[in-house]
Ligand binder design. Structure first.
Ligand code: AMP
Ligand code: MN
Ligand code: MN
Length: 317
């Protein structure tokens, strides 16, 4: 499907993505925005997204993102990227009012929430999927940079198993535009501030292995976040770090979001399907990377997750 086929008569268009936007979400939303501006110069196009991390300021026109969702505007079309309606946050109200709802995603847990839904779980990233829905002749350096960021963030810089031959072909096409990709990888993926490094170090130090060392868990409390003066955005990457410990099949990382409420991130080497576990607790994601929000004490949450993980590991053995 080409995106333009679904937008033929649209004069007002909105593009949005999930709360706590990650690299794929920001790259996809901005890549599509820049592309539509070019393909449909007459249309009015708005972007609705929670404010992205400043590392993404290298993306052209990122300042055009609207993070005030208190609008009554009825758009001809609203494209939701990299998530389904439930993770749109306050932008969901605008989405529901849109005349045509379009959902483009790669999460296996997404059953599709649009009048038109394109959900391809075999895709590394929404950015990769979007590339194949665009007219390649219209892609320019700015669009390529945004899509490249989306792909590298969801593939851990092309090293996770979701990286396919098609992913690499697309990346090869994208880097032909000549943007400074080593700088982008360094500054958006690897570079960490001092406090981000400190809280990662503390999380690793306080992590606990269980289930014969096949699982690892760590938690950051509100008090710790206040102490280091960090926000949830500063905790990205900690769970991947835990998962890279030798012998670990499943890593869990939680941070406190409220009284008896935790945002949970899970990573697996494939033996455990963390998407199915996250879905049981109202979240979702991919087989090897998923998340959810859980209510209860930290230890109750670990217990509840452990039951599911143990069941899967015993089946996998
Ligand atoms: P995270 O652990 O937050 O980095 O998320 C890992 C993967 O699961 C990402 O692809 C997220 O988009 C997805 N994910 C995280 N939390 C949720 C949720 N509550 N519902 C659906 N998908 C989620
Ligand atoms: Mn995402
Ligand atoms: Mn994604």
């Amino acid at each position: 499907m080409r995106i333009i086929d679904e937008l033929k008569d649209a004069k007002t268009i909105a593009v949005g993505g999930h709360i706590r936007p990650d690299g794929d979400c920001v790259g996809s939303v901005m890549g599509l925005y820049l592309y539509l501006k070019k393909e449909m110069p007459e249309a009015e196009i708005d972007i609705y997204l929670n404010k992205p991390r400043t590392i993404f300021n290298c993306i052209a026109h990122i300042e055009n993102i609207k993070s005030d969702f208190n609008v009554n505007k009825v758009y001809d079309a609203f494209l939701v990227l990299d998530c389904s309606e439930e993770r749109l946050g306050d932008a969901a109200l605008i989405y529901r009012n849109a005349r045509k709802k379009i959902n483009i995603d790669h999460h296996i847990s997404n059953t599709g929430c649009g009048d038109v839904s394109v959900v391809e779980p075999e895709r590394s990233s929404t950015a990769e999927l979007l590339y194949d829905m665009m007219n390649p002749d219209l892609i320019d350096k700015e669009i390529a940079t945004a899509l490249y960021i989306g792909i590298i963030h969801d593939t851990g810089v092309l090293r996770y198993s979701n990286t396919s031959p098609r992913t690499l072909q697309i990346v090869a096409e994208l880097i032909k535009f000549g943007f400074d990709f080593p700088k982008i990888v360094e500054e958006t993926f690897y570079e960490r501030t001092y406090v981000q490094t400190q809280i990662m170090g503390r999380s690793v130090l306080e992590s606990i292995r269980f289930m014969e060392d096949r699982c690892i868990v760590s938690m950051v409390s509100r008090r710790m976040m206040d102490f280091y003066r960090v926000t949830p955005k500063d905790l990205d990457g900690i769970v991947n770090h835990l998962q890279s410990v030798k012998g670990v099949d499943c890593a869990i990382f939680m941070y406190e979001t409220g009284t008896l409420e935790y945002k949970v991130s899970m990573r697996s080497n494939g033996k455990v399907d963390v998407a199915s576990i996250a879905m049981k607790f109202g979240g979702g994601g991919h087989v090897r990377a998923a998340g959810c929000t859980m209510n209860g004490t930290y230890h109750d949450n670990i217990n509840n997750l452990s039951i599911e993980i143990a069941e899967q590991l015993s089946r996998a053995d």
